[in-house]
Design a protein around this ligand. Structure first.
Ligand code: ADP
Ligand code: ZN
Length: 728
């Protein structure tokens, strides 16, 4: 039989251990399938592996060890093997590290544990009470679904003993069931919302693409509030009708709650969730259910791409431009690109949704590689907010204050009308710099090349690079002067303090990622704000992402120039996206919205294009600049970051690498650097970066591998290769 190995056959097993390549083993008693998860001996240890193919047999057969056991898990499918291999080749990641992403479920292969569940029986309780009636009602409402004791008691609002009492009479059945309780089925044929003409056309196009049964990518571009979510949920419906699985990636767990509710309204049940907030038990269950095709619809973080789907038909990447799709730790990959790769191997469709697409996706749509669907109007009466610059050179703002008189008046008008206002600043903490007024010293992190940021809420200084924190000192660590340390510049906490002084009657809510213990707390706060529980919202980037605040009619951007200051070539693109995204929060319901951008450079071309909203003109200008410079998406780039505690060692290796660049020159690529990396020291390690630039069609990965392979990493030196770096 093809893809099956009999006892004693040589098989090649890939493990998640950093040993480089698959090793040969003998198939165990009973044989094993291609892709099977197995336990194999490696040195003195037992490790997890996957049967990757037939053995090479290139050494003494007698010395080959046997597979210990085949684990009780569905074998990894062919297309998953192909995906991992290609993803490894593309990102220049060793295959074992890639496999690790696909075997994240803890206790993989252990049989599901059992638990006691309760469901509706035929019996009648001898005596009916209100509490008993409530329990039976819940069970009837959920037609046949099994509950744990705790779930059922909570849903009915009774004590567990009430449930137990019903078991005796047979009205409720108590039974043992695997922990893999089935997910409630989603019904794609429930009536959805009546779509507008534009939306219906978009939904039709996506459904048609799905019915083709072939791979394709669609850029779904539409201003915030235009109904992109409604449109792609129709693609999900089509995918479910075909019996295939659908995955929606969201850039931020905090967005999941609202999404789950919308899905439930559309399909009658919630999708399964996969992200860092999901418990280990639940992950294990989901991992198995995905493999059996019993989890039909998932919503999750980027790592959900590496789950073992039985038949993945659709991947939606919502807010596809979001930088958090790029994993910057461990395996460096961009989930948007991996979604396209995964789908192309699986004859699946990809939908990239955004109000402000990345230049990469915009260019791919321009070139005809992606289908393009555009929603130009906001749904219903809602109109896009009017955008205006507040020229800070003409405003009278005392030092240590950031809200201009113009913005203050606009907020007051909202307060008078009982509408909400949002003040946006993309900086966590109280102040970005703590300066000694006696000696001029700025307090920095001991381990990183970064300033410590004061968090008054925590009463500490925090390094945003490594997380190190220390109590706020009263004495300058450099000159010893007492009480001369002063905050410089605004952060979200300081802005909240200013707002409290300016608007003493207003209820102020601060939304910043570091202020929440859990996703649940954040969700609760977001819901409270949406329901009108605050008059003024003060927030960082967190608020820019997709939340619906129906009462919000004013967005004030405190410092529109902030993102334009660095030397990063993507600064314009990022600022444009962020500003349009934040402004898009205003005026989602009937009341029209307004966005005010405080800026010291209202003539700056990026600020101008944000204000006019002429996106096509902006993209074309950006694209032309990148084309001229041979930068992505019109050329290819890779970043090589070398790091070591020893600064001399990293620069020496960097210099040597730049000199011995023959494999790169052979493909016409250029090397720049070594130069200090954008953050030159993190956690005590000095970081040096080389950038490699090649023409679009050049075999960059092959050349990089040959080039990097020439150098040995001595001592504590580390090298990370970043294909398509976010900043360059
Ligand atoms: P986007 O994803 O483009 O920001 P949404 O899909 O979130 O837009 O839609 C914005 C709001 O308008 C949501 O509250 C949504 O429920 C509502 N909406 C959009 N289209 C329709 C429709 N056809 N019928 C009813 N409500 C709609
Ligand atoms: Zn640090």
């Amino acid at each position: 039989m093809d893809g099956f190995f009999h006892e004693g056959d040589l098989v090649s097993v890939l493990t998640t251990q950093p040993v480089g390549r698959p090793f040969d083993y003998k198939a165990p008693e009973g044989g094993c399938a291609l892709g099977a998860f197995v336990e194999v001996p490696l040195g003195p240890r037992k490790v997890l592996g996957v049967v990757w193919g037939a053995g090479q047999g290139d050494y003494d057969r007698a010395r080959v060890r046997s597979v210990i056991r085949v684990l009780d898990a569905a074998p990894l499918r062919d297309e998953m093997q192909v995906f991992l291999q290609r993803a490894a080749d593309y990102t220049l990641t060793p295959l074992p590290a890639m496999l690790r992403l696909a075997t994240r479920a803890p206790g993989l292969g252990d049989p599901p544990s059992m638990r006691t569940v309760y469901r509706l029986g035929d019996g009648e309780p001898a005596r009916m009470t209100d509490a008993r009636r409530k329990v039976l009602e819940v069970l009837r409402d959920y037609g046949g679904l099994a509950f744990t004791l705790k779930e059922l008691a909570e849903a009915a609002g009774v004590t567990p003993s009430v449930v137990k009492g019903l078991v005796e009479s047979g009205a409720v059945l108590e039974e043992a069931a695997p922990r893999d309780l089935p997910y409630p089925r989603l019904d794609p044929d429930l009536p959805g919302k009546a779509l507008t003409e534009d939306q219906a056309a978009g939904a039709q196009a996506l459904a048609g693409a799905l019915r083709s049964g072939a791979y394709g990518t669609t850029l779904l571009k539409g201003v915030t509030g235009s109904g992109k979510t409604e449109v792609y949920l129709e693609a999900v419906a089509e995918c479910l009708r075909q019996g295939r699985q659908a995955l929606v990636l969201l850039p931020e767990i905090a967005l999941t709650a609202e999404f789950l509710t919308r899905v439930e309204a559309r399909f009658g049940a919630r999708p399964a969730e996969w992200h860092s907030g999901v418990t280990m038990t639940e992950r294990r269950r989901l991992w198995r259910m995905v493999g059996r095709g019993e989890a039909q619809f998932l919503v999750g973080a980027r790592s959900a791409l590496f789950l073992p789907y039985r038949d993945l038909g659709l991947v939606v990447v919502d807010e596809e431009h979001d930088t958090s799709y790029k994993q910057e730790d461990g395996v460096l990959y961009n989930a948007r690109d991996m979604a396209v790769l995964r789908a192309s191997i699986n004859d699946a469709q990809v939908v990239l949704a955004s109000a402000t697409p990345s230049l990469e996706s915009w260019a791919n749509a321009e070139a005809g590689k992606y289908q393009r669907i555009e929603l130009t109007a906001r749904f219903g009466e809602a109109v896009l907010p009017s955008m205006r610059a507040v020229d800070m050179r003409a405003e009278d703002v005392p030092s240590g204050r950031w809200v201009s008189p113009t913005l203050k008046a606009a907020v007051e008008a909202r307060l008078a009308r009982k509408e909400q206002a949002l003040l946006f600043i993309n900086r966590r903490g109280y102040a970005p710099v703590t300066l000694c007024r006696a000696c001029g010293h700025q307090i920095g992190c001991d381990h990183c090349d970064a300033r410590m940021v004061e968090h008054r809420f925590l009463k500490r200084l925090v390094c945003h690079q490594c997380g190190e924190s220390k109590p706020m000192p009263t004495v300058c660590p450099s000159c010893g002067a007492e009480d001369r340390l002063a905050p410089v510049g605004p952060g979200v906490e300081r802005l909240a303090e200013e707002a409290a002084g300016l608007f003493p009657e207003a209820r102020i809510a601060v939304l910043s990622s570091d202020l929440y213990g859990s996703a649940r707390q954040l969700k609760a706060q977001i819901e409270e704000i949406a329901a009108g529980g605050a008059d003024i919202i003060i927030g960082t980037q967190l608020v820019a992402k997709g939340h619906n605040f129906p009462l919000l009619t004013l967005v004030g951007v405190i410092d529109a120039d902030l993102g334009l200051m660095g030397s990063d070539l993507r600064a314009a693109e990022r600022t444009f996206q962020l500003m349009r995204q934040v402004a898009g929060r205003a005026g989602r319901a009937e009341a029209p919205g307004e966005a005010l951008l405080q800026t010291y450079q209202p003539e700056h071309p990026v600020i101008r294009s944000i204000l006019t909203g002429d996106e096509e003109a902006f993209w074309r200008a950006e694209a032309e600049e990148r084309r001229q410079a041979g930068m992505p998406p019109y050329g290819r780039m890779a970043g090589i970051v070398l790091s070591s505690p020893d600064v001399q060692q990293v620069f020496d290796l960097g210099t040597e690498m730049a000199r011995r660049d023959q494999p790169l020159r052979a493909i016409g690529a250029e090397v720049f650097g070594p130069a200090p990396a954008p953050i030159a020291r993190i956690r005590g390690r000095h970081r040096v970066r080389l950038l490699v630039k090649a023409a679009k069609g050049a075999p960059l990965q092959k050349a990089l591998a040959a080039w990097a392979g020439q150098f040995r990493l001595k001592g504590d030196l580390r090298m990370a290769i970043d294909i398509d770096p976010q900043s360059f």
